[in-house]
Ligand binder design. Structure first.
Ligand SMILES: NC(=O)c1ccc[n+]([C@@H]2O[C@H](COP(=O)([O-])OP(=O)(O)OC[C@H]3O[C@@H](n4cnc5c(N)ncnc54)[C@H](O)[C@@H]3O)[C@@H](O)[C@H]2O)c1
Length: 288
C-alpha cells in the first residue's frame, strides 16, 4: 500500500521513514524542491543513524529508501494513496486547502489523516466532501523512536476510517489509542497540566527546579522532569496550549503566572538558550 505524506518537515520526514522501513511505498510531498530536498536529507540521516546503530542492514535501508518517491505536485503525490497523512505547518487554512485538493485525486476508500498537534480534526476535515474519511493520526517526535500514534476521532469519522488508520499505524510499528477530538487530545492535555503544576510549585517555593524534576523522574519514573520537558517543548508553545485548553475546557487550565512571566522575559526554553534552566550553544544544560 502507498502512504502519501504531505509536508517533508520534522514530522513528515519521520513518518515517511517509519512507513518505508515497514514496507510501505511512500510519496513525500512538499511545496517546492528545496523543501522536499531538505526532507529527503532528514530521512537520509534517519537511515544512516539506523544503519550505524545496527538497527537495520545497509541493504534493507537501501531497499526502504528506494520506496520513497518525492513530489511537489499534489495530484502526483496522492495518486494511488491508501492513506494520506498531512504534516504541514500548524495552520487551519493551509491544512484545509491542501486536504481538499488531495481528496479530489484519491479513491473513495482512501483515508485522509492529519498529524495536527492541537487543531480541531473535525474542523480540518469539514473541508472534505466526505469528512467521514478524515481522522487525526498524531505521531510524536522523533517518529522513529516514539511508540504511540494517537488516533483522533472527529465528529464525522467513520468506524471504517478508524479501523483503516489503526491498521496502518500498527503496520508502521506504532501502538494506538483512540481519543475523541477534544482540545489537547490525551497526551498534550496531561503533559500541559503536569508542566503547569510544576511551575505553580516552583513559584510557591515547594522545591528547586532541579528537585521538582528529580522527584518526578526518580519517584514517578518519568523519563524527563516536567520543567526540563517544558524547556524542550518551548515555554511559548506550552503557554499557547494551556491558553487553548483554558478557552476550550475552562479555568482549570489557567497558565501559571510564572510561566507567563518567563515568556514575557523571552525565556522560551532550550531553543533560545534560557528557560527554567540555562543552555549552551549546543543545547546542553549549563550547571548552576
Ligand atoms: N514537531 C513536533 O514535535 C510535532 C509533534 C506532533 C505533531 N506535530 C505537528 O506536525 C505538523 C508538522 O510539524 P513539523 O514540526 O514537522 O513542522 P516543520 O516546520 O518541520 O515542517 C512543516 C512543513 O510544511 C511545509 N509547508 C508549509 N506550508 C505549506 C503549504 N502551504 N503547502 C505544503 N507544505 C507546506 C514546509 O515546507 C515544511 O516542510 C504540525 O501540524 C505540527 O503541529 C509536530
Amino acid at each position: 500500500m502507498q502512504i502519501s505524506v504531505l509536508g517533508a518537515g520534522t514530522m513528515g520526514g519521520g513518518i515517511a521513514y517509519v512507513a518505508a522501513v515497514n514496507g510501505f511505498d511512500v510519496r513525500l510531498y512538499d511545496m517546492d524542491d528545496a523543501a522536499v530536498d531538505a526532507g529527503v536529507a532528514r530521512v537520509q540521516r534517519d537511515f544512516d543513524s539506523a544503519v550505524a546503530r545496527g538497527r537495520i542492514t545497509r541493504d534493507d535501508a537501501q531497499r526502504a529508501q528506494a520506496r520513497i518517491l518525492t513530489a511537489t505536485d499534489v495530484p502526483q503525490a496522492v495518486k494511488n494513496a491508501g492513506v494520506v497523512v498531512e504534516a504541514v505547518v500548524e495552520d487551519m487554512a493551509v491544512k484545509r486547502d491542501l486536504l481538499g485538493r488531495a481528496e479530489a485525486e484519491v479513491a473513495d476508500d482512501t483515508v485522509i489523516a492529519t498529524n495536527t498537534s492541537a487543531l480541531s480534526v473535525t474542523e480540518i476535515m469539514s473541508a472534505l466532501q466526505r469528512p467521514e474519511r478524515g481522522i487525526g493520526m498524531h505521531f510524536f517526535n522523533p517518529v522513529r523512536a516514539m511508540k504511540l500514534c494517537e488516533l483522533v476521532v472527529g465528529l464525522e469519522t467513520s468506524d471504517q476510517t478508524i479501523a483503516a488508520a489503526e491498521s496502518a499505524a500498527h503496520a508502521m510499528g506504532k501502538e494506538t489509542v483512540r481519543v475523541r477530538d477534544v482540545a489537547g487530545f490525551a497526551t498534550s492535555r496531561i503533559n500541559a497540566v503536569i508542566g503547569n503544576e510544576a511551575f505553580f510549585m516552583l513559584a510557591e517555593g515547594v522545591a528547586s527546579a532541579e528537585d521538582i524534576d528529580t522527584a518526578v523522574k526518580l519517584g514517578l519514573n518519568h523519563p524527563m522532569g516536567p520543567l526540563e520537558m517544558a524547556d524542550m517543548v518551548g515555554l511559548d508553545v506550552r503557554l499557547a496550549v494551556l491558553n487553548e485548553l483554558r478557552r476550550s475546557l475552562g479555568d482549570k487550565y489557567r497558565p501559571a503566572p510564572l510561566m507567563e512571566t518567563y515568556v514575557r522575559a523571552g525565556r522560551l526554553g532550550r531553543k533560545v538558550g534560557r528557560g527554567v534552566y540555562d543552555y549552551d550553544a549546543d543545547g546542553n544544560r549549563r550547571p548552576h
